[in-house]
Design a protein around this ligand. Structure first.
Ligand code: NAD
Ligand code: UGA
Length: 469
């Protein structure tokens, strides 16, 4: 029986390994983590992350060929294939601070593997890492090696949160990069056989190590670039009377462009787009390519601009001040169908409104009050340094309340900001919400999900992204 160990039981390690275990009953999969809280949650009825379909998959194979453990050393020693799926946040200090990837967690994982391995291992980079990381990891692993053969593979993950299980069941492609030596090719084949249990062979792409590492950063940069492009056009739509949905549709029907990822929004969030682009920018700078670095930097700048444009729109339309006005925020997660708030645009929007002394009442179906308070108290880039590794004392932000009901959040509010596209926000009883609000009642739809005409008929003043007023 092939044994797999995965270091890091997070948004990637957990779902990815659960699907491998489900699809490969002849493989034993153990997911380990330094956080005992996380491992306990994976072993409980309430999994540490919310992801549609995940509970089902875990229930089917946990205890059969899927295990969660804190005994990292034991499971590294026993494994044939070791996935490393630890976090790779943006560095907060030192060389490259604010851009470069912080590989501390990765390096300590590699050192642990080097220390405890007693037999040959295939080590798989699952985390998103800077191109050429495998070279550094090889040095750590082979230094001190006791005649053990380590083969490093790059196997970046392309799942999106909220659709992780669907994406893992039916991936557009699986990418495996390895050394072009006989040992490297054998390692690639070994990993290929795992995925071949359910992924058609023509969707398993193999490349050299550096192409695989760079393709992950490039794919995220391309995706984010589409959003910044449509968001940039949304600003021009607002200035000219064009409608961004109509423009995006017209542009996206060109088969060379395609319709996906052209939804204008308050800005993209999530743990990876910004982090990975900053990382790409840093790598370009280090390689003496400032023009390329500046090109990609602009994707982040437009995203920041879009978030601040949204805040400015709220404040300026509410007679240039939101001081002491209650603003209801519907949705705090960075997208629907996840409880993840990492780099969610809601943080910047709330901070912007708080800066203008608004009182904020937040409702999100999947995000707890603790999480929201922590996010609003945290510094930029601190969020991806796990709490158990870097304790932080959250100070409650007093002007913020968190409710478990959209109607409660909007009661007596002067304005409503929709910041996540949760389906339930499309079907709220907006007439009831209007009755409970201060007048004039404003709605700022940061996701273009409400029926603008209908809300205007009710009496709301409605602002959408990139739409005529
Ligand atoms: P996460 O923070 O949810 O999980 C990482 C886990 O690794 C944490 O639980 C942490 O405790 C653990 N960890 C840290 N050091 C460890 C060590 N030495 N040994 C064992 N465990 C350790 O992060 P994530 O969202 O799962 O992302 C992981 C990687 O995958 C990142 O590089 C990210 O860029 C990439 N990625 C993420 C997504 C996504 O949708 N979240 C998608 C594709 C790729
Ligand atoms: C993204 C990529 O889609 C995945 O392929 C990748 O594996 C992952 O990053 C990663 O490396 O972490 P994710 O961030 O989970 O996945 O979610 P997306 O669906 O890409 O959404 C990211 C952000 O963009 C969200 O805030 C979303 O609301 C926003 N978005 C997305 C838009 O504003 N408009 C769109 O048209 C699409």
């Amino acid at each position: 029986m092939v044994k797999i160990c995965c270091l890091g039981a997070g948004y990637v390690g957990g779902p990815t390994m659960a699907v491998i275990a489900l699809k490969c009953p002849d493989v034993e999969v153990v997911v380990v983590d330094i956080s005992s809280n996380r491992i306990n949650a994976w072993n409980s009825e309430t999994l540490p992350i919310y992801e549609p379909g995940l509970d089902d998959v875990v229930k089917q194979c946990r205890g059969r060929n899927l295990f969660f453990s804190t005994d990292i050393e034991k499971h590294i020693a026993e494994a044939d294939i070791i996935f490393v799926s630890v976090n790779t946040p943006t560095k907060t200090r030192g060389l490259g601070a604010g851009k470069a990837a912080d590989l501390t967690y990765w390096e300590s994982a590699a050192r642990m593997i080097a220390d405890v391995a007693k037999s040959d291992k295939v080590v798989v980079e699952k985390s998103t890492v800077p191109v050429k990381t495998a070279e550094a990891i090889e040095k750590i692993l082979t230094h001190n090696s006791k005649g053990i053969n380590f083969q490093i593979l790059s196997n970046p993950e392309f799942l999106a949160e909220g659709t992780a299980i669907k994406d893992l069941f039916n991936p557009d492609r699986v990418l495996i990069g390895g050394r072009e030596t006989p040992e490297g090719k054998a390692a690639v084949q070994k990993l290929k056989e795992v995925y071949a249990h359910w992924v058609p062979e023509d969707r398993i792409l193999t490349t050299n190590l550096w192409s695989a590492e760079l393709s992950k950063l490039a794919a995220n940069a391309f995706l984010a670039q589409r959003i910044s492009s449509v968001n940039a056009i949304s600003a021009l739509c607002e200035a000219t009377g064009a409608n961004v949905s109509e423009v995006a549709y017209a542009v996206g029907t060109d088969s060379r462009i395609g319709p996906k990822f052209l939804n204008a929004s308050v800005g993209f969030g999530g743990s990876c787009f910004q982090k990975d682009i900053l990382n790409l920018v840093y790598i370009c700078e280090c390689n003496g390519l400032p023009e390329v670095a500046n090109y990609w930097k602009q994707v982040i700048k437009i995203n920041d601009y879009q978030k601040s444009r949204f805040v400015n729109r709220v404040v300026s339309s509410m007679f240039n001040t939101v001081a002491n006005k209650k603003i209801a925020v519907l949705g705090f997660a960075f997208k629907k169908d996840t409880g993840d708030t990492r780099e969610t645009p809601a943080i910047d929007v709330c901070k912007g409104l708080l800066g203008d002394k608004a009182k904020i009442s937040i409702y999100d179906p999947q995000v707890t009050e603790d999480q929201i308070q922590r996010d609003l108290a945290m510094n930029k880039f601190d969020w991806d340094h796990p709490l158990h590794l870097q304790p932080m004392s959250p100070t409650a932000v007093k002007q913020v309340t968190v409710t478990w009901d959209a109607y409660e959040a909007t009661k007596d509010a002067h304005g409503v900001c929709i910041l996540t596209e949760w389906d339930e926000f499309k079907n709220l009883d907006y007439a009831k919400i209007y009755d409970g609000m201060q007048k004039p009642a404003f709605i700022f739809d940061g996701r273009n999900i409400v029926d603008t005409e209908k809300l205007r008929e009710i009496g709301f003043i409605v602002y959408s992204i990139g739409k005529p007023l």
